[in-house]
Structures are given as C-alpha cells and as structure tokens.
Write a protein that binds this ligand. Structure first.
Ligand code: MRU
Length: 359
C-alpha cells in the first residue's frame, strides 16, 4: 500500500530541471491514458498550457506560474533594472490573464514580482537566483501545507466512512497529497478504510480522468459516479462527508470551486451530511468580500458539445453555457480546512483570525 501511495504522491506534475534550466509539467489532458511531460519555455506555451488545463488545479497553477516567471525573467536580456522590472511585470500581466478564477495564479505572480522588486539594483544574476529560490519555496510550502491540510481533514473522518468528492484536488492539482483528496490518500497510507465516491465532473471530467486514477492507483476504495448520481449515493446512506478543494475563498466564507460543487453542497445540506472545503490559506482572498465578487471563467461550448466524444453529441450550432466554476454559499459549508487549522462559521471571523499575526 505504502509503495503505491509513494508512486502517486511523488508523481512530479511540475518539475524544474536546474541543470538544464528547463520547466516541465505532466500534460493532464492526456491522463489517464498517457503520462507525458511537456516543456514550457515561452509565454505563449505557458498561457496555452494553463488555458487548456494541461496544468490545472488552483495550487498547481500557482506553483507552475512561479516557475514560469523565473523562466520568463531569464529571457529578459537587459541589465537595466527598471527595464527588467517593467518587462517582468508585463509578462506577469499576460500570464495572470490566462485564467481568472483561481486566486493562486495572481498570488504566485505577485510573490515573484515582489521578490524581484526587493533585490538590489544591477545584480541580475543574484536577482535570478532569488527568483528561482522563491519559486522552489512556493513549491515546497505547498507540499507542507497539503500535508497539514490532509492531517486536519483526516481528523474529520473515521474508519468505514464514505466520502464524496468533486473534481480533482489531489497531487496533480497541487504538489503532493492534495487538498480535498489529501486526507483520503493519507487514510490509505495509514490503513484506515475510507470509501470514496468520485463525481465524474462534467464537462472536463477531472473526477473520472484524474481523481479516480490517482485514488485507484493509491489503493483507495474509489467508485466513479456521474454527477447526477450524487443524490442517490447520499440517499443510500453511503456518504458521511463531502470533501472538495477550492479556487478562491472570499472573506465571508463563500467558495468558488469547480462547476457543480454548489449543487453537491445543497444536496449534502438536504441529507444532513457535512460539506467541507479544503485549501491552503493562499486560496483565501481577504480582499474579496463575498462570492459575488469572484470572477467566474466562462469556457467554450465545444467542451460540452464534443470534447471526449467520438462524434459531437449535440448540433454544432446549439447554444451552450459553460461556466468553469460556481460559488458555494458559506451557509452550506460545515468547515474550511486550511494548513493552519479548521475554520468554522462564522467565517468572517474565523478566516480573518488566520491572518491576524500577519498584520
Ligand atoms: O478547472 P480546474 O480543473 O483547474 O478546476 C480545479 C478545481 O476546481 C479544484 O477543485 C480546485 O482548483 C482545487 S485543487 C486543489
């Protein structure tokens, strides 16, 4: 069991090869059929990889963006500091525009820009080294945070419980263990039997392609269901908790996550099942007052009409509405699990307390 976990949690979804000065990611659009690395060397390649979800999941997008900023910084030839900073800022703007909802993208880019600004003038090599070190630090921090989140999440479960999860919030979406899936992998590692129901997560099928793949490979008892079956498995009494990740948590505890999450939360409320959101504090956006202020990404209708099907399964010109995320109201959430502990309602107070010592 331990070996299979190690195999999964050590899949390096993002890898920086310092000797070759090259950034690689696993192309998640090819999973579970093929595990292939691709190199991201230019801004268009980076933006395309994030937009097309070759790299996805809020924390993983942030980690990848940090390395991207380092790669882009290396490509800026000038030794004039003001020119360098303005070039890096411009790259950051264009990279940050690739996806709007996950706060980690803008957060990681901001961290890298701040690192650059804090460096002494006219020391390009030292500055590049600082940027590299900050990217590695963001990556390593995420591993530590996911491990802590997994421990807190596991404290909410007991052997024999059933957990329903939506989308993918495992190692592929983060660094190691994951957030929403982290406690489930940790449970398997410790021999605690937890039964998992993974929603397939239409239209991009992160649950089917990624979550069931990661959990099954780790030896977790996972059952794949269509999104519209969640109510049935809850009604059957098979689910004792729901665990999901998050892309942005507003200051009042409203949570943006993969489209369909709010429906799961509403069902959970109906059946009296606690609904938990798991994510690092870097996903909490205290400048965002509530869910109405979270930008929601709209994606192409083609993902609904024809992606993953041998032939299009709807008329080519049928109108489609394809929001990538929805907002779960804070009143439906039993707890928000972070690396600093489990926040409970009222979230305006418990989330703010997480940042008290940073003021
Ligand atoms: O569009 P995606 O696949 O990037 O959406 C991912 C999610 O919604 C995840 O649940 C979220 O980013 C948390 S990942 C730990």
């Amino acid at each position: 069991m331990k070996d299979s976990i190690r195999q999964v949690t050590h899949v390096e979804n993002i890898r920086y090869d310092k000797a070759a000065e090259a950034l690689y990611i696993i192309d998640q659009t090819l999973l579970p059929g093929e595990e292939r690395e691709i190199r991201l060397a230019t801004l268009p390649e980076m933006v395309e990889a994030i937009r097309k979800l070759r790299i996805r999941g809020a924390p993983a997008i942030g980690i990848c963006a940090a390395y991207c900023m380092y790669v882009l910084a290396r490509s800026i030839e000038t030794r004039d500091m003001a020119e360098f900073l303005s070039g890096l800022h411009e790259y950051g703007e264009r990279l940050g525009a690739s996806r709007p909802t996950a706060v980690n993208l803008g957060w990681a880019i901001g961290e890298m820009l701040q690192t650059a600004r804090a460096c002494p003038a006219a020391a390009r090599d030292a500055l590049l080294e600082s940027l590299y070190r900050r990217a590695v630090e963001i990556h390593e921090d995420d591993i530590a945070k996911c491990t802590a989140i997994s421990e807190y999440g596991l404290s909410l479960l007991k052997a024999g419980d059933g957990v329903l999860t939506h989308c993918n919030a495992g190692p592929l979406a983060t660094s190691r263990y994951g957030t929403g899936q982290g406690p489930l992998l940790l449970a398997a590692e410790r021999g605690i039997a937890i039964r998992v129901f993974a929603d397939e997560t239409r239209p991009l099928l992160q649950g089917a392609r990624l979550t069931s793949y990661e959990l099954q490979r780790a030896g977790v008892d996972v059952t794949l269901i269509c999104d519209n079956m969640a109510s049935m498995v809850m009604k059957n009494g098979w689910v004792q908790a729901c665990f999901v990740g998050c892309d942005r948590v507003a200051a009042n505890g409203d949570v943006a996550n993969k489209i369909g999450t709010s429906g799961v939360a509403i069902l959970a409320k109906h059946y009296g099942i606690p609904f938990y959101v798991l994510g690092p504090t870097s996903t909490i956006d205290m400048r965002c007052p509530d869910g109405d202020h979270i930008p929601i990404e709209l994606r192409e209708g083609g993902e609904i009409r024809e992606l993953w099907y041998e032939k299009p399964m709807a008329l080519p010109d049928v109108k489609c509405y394809n929001p990538a995320f929805d907002v779960t109201d804070h009143s439906l959430i039993a707890g928000i699990v972070t690396e600093k502990g489990i926040c409970r309602p009222p979230y305006a107070k418990s989330l703010a307390a997480l940042f008290d010592n940073e003021k």
